[in-house]
Structure formats: C-alpha cells, structure tokens
Design a protein around this ligand. Structure first.
Ligand code: AMO
Length: 429
C-alpha cells in the first residue's frame, strides 16, 4: 500500500518512527523558511512540517503544490504538542500522484457559501468535506447494523430483478424502458418478488433494494431513485410480528450508531437519540380524530406532508406506528380486516420512513382485490402462480434508507443522504 498509516492510526507508539501517509493537500502555509502542509485522509488530517534549509528540494516541491493534489509523504513522525493531533511529519520523500487544477469548483475548508446544486454538480469534491463524509459513514453503519440485526434474526439476503415486464406496485409512476424489441419497467420496489419468495420456503428474506419511481414530486423528501431495506417473513400471526422487527431493527442500528459514530455525530453538530422500545401504535381512526379537531380531514383521506407534520406536533412522539389504515388507502396486496388493511406506516419526526403489512396469501382473495382495484390480472401471472402451489401467511416492510437518515441526522433535504441523487431535474453526475 502507498500508506503505512491513516492519520487517525498514528499515536505515541509511532512517534520517532518512519511512516508514510497519503491523501489530499488541504492547505499550504509557506512562511519563507518553514512551511506547513495539511494532508487529509478519510480519517482526519495531519501536518507535514518542511524546513527549507534542511531540505530545499522537498520544501520547494511541497510549497509549489496546489490544494487538493494527491500526494504521499514519508518521513519521521515527531511528537509536537503545539500542532494538531500532537505530532507532525518531518518529510524525507514526497510523491505527487495527481496535481489538482486551480481554481477548485468549490472550496473544501473555506467558508464559501455554495448552493446545493453546485455542491451536487461537484459531488466528488463535496464529499471531501467532513460534514458530507460523515453522513455517508453513518449511512454505512446504518445499513451494516440494520442488516446485521436481520441476519442475526434469521433473514437471508436476496437480490431480485430491477427490470420487470409489469409495474410492481400496480401504479402508474413507473419508468418505462426499451428492452430489446419490447417495453419493460424499472421496478418501483421488490414487492412482488419478495412475496413470491415466501412460497419458496426461504421464509425470511431481506434486500437492500432500489426503488425507481417516476413520481413528478419535486420535494425535499422524494427521490426518483431511492434505496430501502426491504424484508419479508413467512408464518406471521399478523402485522404486529412485522412491526416488532421494524422497531427492533431501528433500535439496534441506532444504538450501534451512537456507540460507533460519535465522531461523525459531533461533526454534524446534531443530536441523535431514539426513544426506547416499543414505539407507540396509533390507529388510523385515532389519527382522523386528532386531525379533524384541527383541519378538514375525512376518513379515507391520505396523509400528506401537512397532515403528517400536524400529527407529529399533536402527538409529541418522535417515532410511532400508524396502523389499521382504510383498505382502499393501501395497495392490493395488503391483508383486509373488514374495512381496514392490516398495514402500517412508521413515522419518524413527521415523515413516513417505512411502510409494511400483512399480505394476502390466499389466491382467490388476491384475485378479488386486484379486480376491485381494476388491475390487469394477466400482467401478474408469474406473481400469482406463486400463490397457487402453497403460500404461507406472510408480511414485510420497505424501509426508506434516505428518509430514515434524513430524520435521524435532522437534515433538511433527502438529497443529502444519497451519493448521486436522481430527481426530476437531475440525471447527473
Ligand atoms: P412505500 O411505497 O410506502 O411502500 O415505500 C416504502 C418506503 O420507501 C421510502 N420511499 C421513498 N423515499 C424517497 N423517495 C421516494 N420517492 C420514496 N418512495 C418510497 C419511504 C417509504 O416509507 N412495497 C411497499 C413496502 C412494503 O409493504 O413492504 C412500498 O414500497 O421511506
């Protein structure tokens, strides 16, 4: 490797020894006879101190570098309590891998106010900033620990197709693509496949899923390409079995993030906490009662952004489930219970971060619901086949990764939580 240590790996055991560090030149201060160069890597920064009369060649090389060039420096690691980290590198050899052009499209350390679009247009440079990197380190932890929880609880990871012959959620918000000589669609979620897998005997599955949705929304909480943790489990009693996994997964991952990402949370200068288990459950009927005291809201209406926000204020809970929705408000696959669906949403700080349900597992009931919804049964023949030869009771959820992170880290725009956001206007980088 081109480095012996990351900045954060250097401690007093390394003082006095020869090391090689590598990264980006963040800052150069040339005081004439002495120069200080700050190098940044994924874990932090460190100082190279170069003294002209000791080694004029290295001094000239270092001071002629441009900011954000990529270099490695070898030399002795010297204790110095006056500099950052309490040590500095006295360089003996410099290698310049890539010289950065000037000016930079945006600053990394300068407090220059660049707008969000400029940041996203230059996402790779934007990612060099501590605050931005911190979000993705926490995202990495969340996915790792949420799936660790699922694996510990017997779920196996699966990967289902993203190109399909029919829309997966039955709606119209779908991206049509050309697939050789016919039309195909990008899946809106792994819904149909994860349910079909319940008939395979795999029993408990999860997927880090891509959702492609051609929704025309242009909001701070919608993406046209988003990611989710989707799970499906067989032999459930009812939707409560699924909700327990959703809340325990959340709690497990957040506790781990609090343990392991304190540095990133500090960089983001935010409060991260999570109420203890179990999360409150509120029925849709109770929601209607609360909202009707404030606004014009009818039983059966959808909960939009305004309603969700109002409800969050009235309830005074950070995180809670809404359950027992009107049947017609939920997709065809949700298990009916009279005029209600055995479905739930998980709301976090006024935004739906996950939704799930017990599903219909009986073939005839499923056909009836699809007909009632006016769906073209023929388009779903492969899905339906899975229900004809032995399908256990089952349920699952889709848990939006960006929505969760946005709320956990108190970020205003969902685009902060995905590397390269896709929205109606943005198809690059
Ligand atoms: P739903 O459509 O509610 O349910 O999606 C599940 C979760 O995915 C996230 N999400 C989105 N995030 C950002 N931008 C979007 N456009 C977007 N759409 C959805 C949200 C949401 O709660 N198949 C069902 C899930 C299930 O029943 O298993 C489904 O897709 O956090």
């Amino acid at each position: 490797m081109l480095r012996s240590h990351y900045c954060s790996e250097v401690d007093e055991n390394v003082y006095g020894r020869k090391i090689r560090i590598a990264g980006w030149v963040e800052d150069i201060r040339n005081l004439g006879g002495i120069a200080f160069i700050i190098i940044r890597d994924r874990t932090g920064r460190m100082q190279i101190t170069s003294i002209k009369k000791e080694n004029p060649e290295i001094f000239n090389e270092l001071t002629s570098l441009t900011r954000e060039s990529v270099v490695s420096a070898s030399g002795t690691c010297q204790k110095n309590e006056k500099v950052m980290n309490g040590w500095e590198l006295m360089p003996e050899k410099i290698h310049v891998f890539s010289k950065a052009e000037t000016p930079l499209p945006m600053g990394i350390i300068d407090k220059v106010n660049v707008d969000f679009d400029t940041r996203l247009d230059n996402r790779i440079i934007d990612l060099r900033r501590d605050k931005v990197k911190a979000i993705f380190m926490i995202r990495h932890s969340f996915i790792g620990y949420a799936t660790e929880f699922l694996r510990k609880n017997g779920f196996i990871e699966v990967h289902t197709p993203k190109i399909s012959s029919a829309p997966s959620e039955g709606g119209t918000e779908v991206f049509k693509i050309s697939y050789f000589d016919r039309d195909a669609y990008l899946v809106q979620s792994p819904q149909l496949y994860k349910q079909m897998l319940m008939a395979s005997g795999l029993d408990k599955v999860y997927e880090i899923a891509w959702y492609f949705r051609a929704e025309e929304h242009d909001t701070s909480r919608h993406l046209n390409e988003s990611t989710a943790i989707d799970m499906e489990m067989a032999f459930i009693e009812d939707e409560e079995d699924v909700m327990k996994i959703a809340e325990c997964m959340t709690d497990y991952a957040v506790q781990k993030i609090l343990d392991e990402n304190s540095k990133e949370i500090e960089i983001l200068n935010t409060e991260v906490d999570m109420p203890s288990l179990p999360y409150p459950r509120i029925s849709y009927d109770e929601v209607v009662e609360i909202l009707q005291k404030e606004i014009d809201f009818k039983w059966g209406d959808d909960l939009g952004t305004d309603e969700e926000n109002l409800l969050a204020q009235k309830l005074d809970y950070e995180i809670y489930f809404i359950k027992s929705f009107p049947l017609e408000a939920k997709p065809f696959y949700a298990m009916p219970s009279g005029k209600y669906a055995r479905a739930f949403d998980l709301e976090y700080k006024g935004i739906e971060i996950a939704s799930g349900a017990q599903r219909i597992h009986e073939y005839d009931m499923l056909i009836k619901r699809m007909e009632e919804k006016g769906m073209n049964i023929e388009n779903f023949s492969d899905y339906l086949k899975a229900f004809q030869y032995g399908m256990p009771p089952h349920g699952g959820y889709g848990y939006g990764i960006e929505r969760f992170l946005m709320r956990l880290l108190n970020l205003r725009n969902i685009r902060e939580c995905i590397l390269f956001p896709r929205d109606r206007k943005r198809l690059r980088p």
